[in-house]
Design a protein around this ligand. Sequence first.
Ligand code: TRP
Length: 532
Amino acid sequence: MKENSVNPGREHWSGQLGFILAAAGSAIGLGNIWRFPYITGENGGGAFILVYLLCVAFVGLPVMICEITLGRHTQRNPAGCFAQLTPKSSVLSHFLGGGMILTGIALLFFHSFGWGIAALVLGGLVFWQSWRLVGLMGVLTGFLILSYYSVVGGWAIGYAIKAAGNHLAFTGVEQAQETFDNFVSSPLPVIGFHFFFMLLCVVIVYKGVQKGIETACKVMVPLLFIIMLVLILRGLTLPGADAGVRFCFTPDFSKLSAQGVLIALSHAFFTLSLGMGAMITYGSYLGKNENIFGAAVWITALDTLFAILACLMIFPAVFAMGFEASEGPGLLFQVVPAVFNQIPLGPVWAVLFFLLLLMAALSSGISLLEVVTAYFVDERKWPRHRAVIGTGAVIFLLGTLCAISLNNWNALPGIQEAVTACFGGARASFFDLIDNLTSNWMLPLGGFFIALFTGWVWGTRKAIEEIRHGSKNFADVHLLTLMAGLKDDPSHNSSKHPLTLATLWGIFIRFVCPVAILITFLHTIGWLNLTP
Ligand code: TRP
């Protein structure tokens, strides 16, 4: 274990590779394999993938660098990190808080009471907590995401067991759909598997994650890669598969809506585990000599690779076998068993696949639980076991509500009315509500404020000073020199350069990322209309 000057007692990753694999383990999860293909299907394919890639490169990567830097600099959980760096008084936060309060008053004026009061409360909180609110919001987001994430993780366990009993030998599309619908809406098994998934998360986080995650990820990520390749090969060789490849790689912008752009941006945050401080937490276990920029590029690239592979795994088979691309959350669970039916030893592969899906979900789930745990341990001084078990239990209960909200409200009389009363005319299920609230609103907002804070309050200069430890090329070599491979050539190296990766990153963090996120938001809530 490496000691660190800022916080000597804190445990650290074994090194650069350990960190990259653990962070990639957090990033690669249900977001890549389950969620990305179905939102791609719902939003029209190629054009959506293109927008998503732009979001990852121009917004995701800079924010990823930002979060890791904040974490390593403060060596604390997100709430502690913002508490430490928030200045006594910040003009920008007063400005934002004032803006929210004025918006709240305006909304009340227009009889939009729910949103008006929400804006007033939020504005008040901003005045009270200033930038600390960003860290606290991150911890809350972790709670909410893990509650429904764990339900889907439970589905993977359920499907692994079904596959082992050879109950997934579908002969047609309808059968696959029926099996999925029946499974998801049978409360007891789903809650049981959800409990089991949470239990696994709790056990791993309880023991301390570093050793566990690091070793697990070193085995798991390559294994997942191989199994996916097998599935891709089988899918591509089915007759009619080329329609699926065309669907993924031929952009048709007429199928892309404004809502689709917001979903692409939000998904970039979700899939990279950004916007709530998971990477701040993981970065806080990083030693001073590691290369932040290099690690961020690796994590982002690996995550993107797995997302594209997942689409190649699913869509050729979808088109070849007559599924609907816009099937929604059940897509993966219906298509994959159907493809396995087409190869020898199908059930064996299927069991293996769902077990790996479970592990991918686990290595992400523990990163969510770790954020919440680190908060209670660092800030509330709870012993680690109490923090893990307590938060795990609360998340389990919340997740149970998500699970039964998928058309089983009548199993708990009165609950649906209570939820509807709290959250308005929720025609969507509680599951969708939490998913939508966290991924489409809280994560991009969190990312927005993290970028704003680093760029304008803490300051890019201090951030770059932190990144410089471990990656000199980032701050001190001219971009063109770097691109030409001449960084070791003395004649191309002087000590002052205006154009480096660092200056480029600073511009992205101060301008490009916040503006891109803001435009997407304003567009979504209808205050800005860019469609002709
Ligand atoms: N990135 C993970 C996935 O794609 C999910 C995840 C883990 C996450 N930690 C997170 C999402 C933190 C947002 C924030 O499945």
